[in-house]
Design a protein around this ligand. Structure first.
Ligand code: Q46
Ligand code: ZN
Ligand code: ZN
Length: 310
């Protein structure tokens, strides 16, 4: 197998592009795909301060590396979720990545800063863990970005993630979510802009990018993800992709270009009737925002102890 660009030995094939790449040209391919997404969807402007939501996994660390490589001023934000050993190892990877490269990592820790962790908060609030976790992440990413004067929050969602969510929303015709599946959510009062620059790159490409660039990442899945519907959707899409390369990218990217605008993408409308949380000042539909209510319920709850993850 030879690199399509330079004919040197290739290390990876990307069937949907009908191409093979050597390490250097693969890195160039990943940068090019990220640049195309940033430009096409007008995600970032030069001179803006970017906060990358870093989980310690391959996608977010790769994203941070790519953005810095493309010349963006990008700091990382690591949110300690307190999910046992999984979180401890994830945090170590995020810290090591930042310190080896002299990058700034902002850290927020649910336990230290808010007195609870995801398993305990979820149980106390009678939510499934991913719901308590997602709510906390959204709230704390917004807050860290606004407090730190960042223009935009970037997350490492890749093509497989977005295609799987779209697949799930289409299977159930969740029309209210379809308009929000765009890779750029504009800023609004109390919310920074949110962007997903990796939407043109598959999960497999992100793993290969990390190996080639020498990025050590948390390879374990979050133990709370077991049974997550999206894992099944990813498998289904991968099996289609196997026989028909390019289908996954077409499904998601053509949706963005041809159909997303048919659903409600009027984010201004969401602002109507928003109140200010009496406890933390964040925009909310109730007197006290959902995150502050979660903190309240979790405070003083008996901590949930997780078993070993491996
Ligand atoms: S970290 Fe949090 Fe994910 Fe774990 S608890 Fe669920 S949402 S699965 S990306
Ligand atoms: Zn090459
Ligand atoms: Zn609040």
């Amino acid at each position: 197998m030879k690199c399509t660009v330079c004919r040197k030995p290739a290390v990876i094939d990307v069937r949907r592009h009908n191409a093979n790449f050597c390490p250097d040209h693969f890195v160039a391919h990943v940068q090019e795909q990220t640049k195309r997404a940033i430009e096409h969807f007008k995600m970032l402007r030069r001179g803006e301060r970017v906060l990358v939501a870093v989980s310690g996994g391959k996608d977010s660390l790769a994203l941070w590396d790519i953005l810095v490589g493309l010349g963006y001023e990008a700091d990382g934000l690591y949110l300690g979720l307190g999910i046992g050993e999984y979180s401890d190892i994830s945090g170590d990877h995020a810290r090591a990545f930042a310190s080896e490269r002299g990058l700034k990592l902002v850290e927020v820790d649910l336990r230290d800063d808010y007195g609870f962790d995801v398993p305990t908060g979820a149980k106390a609030a009678k939510r499934v863990p991913c719901s308590a976790c997602g709510l906390s992440k959204r709230h704390l990413f917004n807050r860290a970005a606004l407090d730190g004067g960042y223009d935009v929050v970037a997350t490492g969602h890749n093509l497989d993630d977005e295609a799987a969510v779209l697949f799930g929303n289409v299977l159930r015709w969740n029309v209210e979510y379809l308009g929000r599946q765009v890779p750029v959510l504009p800023s609004r009062p109390g919310f920074p802009r949110k962007v997903k620059p990796l939407v043109r790159l598959a999960e497999r490409e992100m793993a290969a990018y990390c190996v080639i660039r020498g990025i050590d990442y948390q390879v374990e899945e979050c133990p709370m993800a077991a049974g997550n519907r999206h894992l099944g959707y990813k498998e289904a899409l991968n099996s289609i992709e196997q026989t028909s390369p390019g289908t996954k990218a077409a499904f998601y990217l053509e949706f963005l270009d041809k159909a997303a605008h048919l659903f409600n993408t009027d984010f201004e409308e969401d602002q109507v009737g928003l109140l200010v949380c009496q406890s933390c000042g964040a925009p909310t539909t109730a007197e006290v925002c959902a995150f502050c209510r979660l903190v309240d319920k979790a405070t003083g709850a008996v901590p949930v102890v997780l078993g070993p993850t491996r």
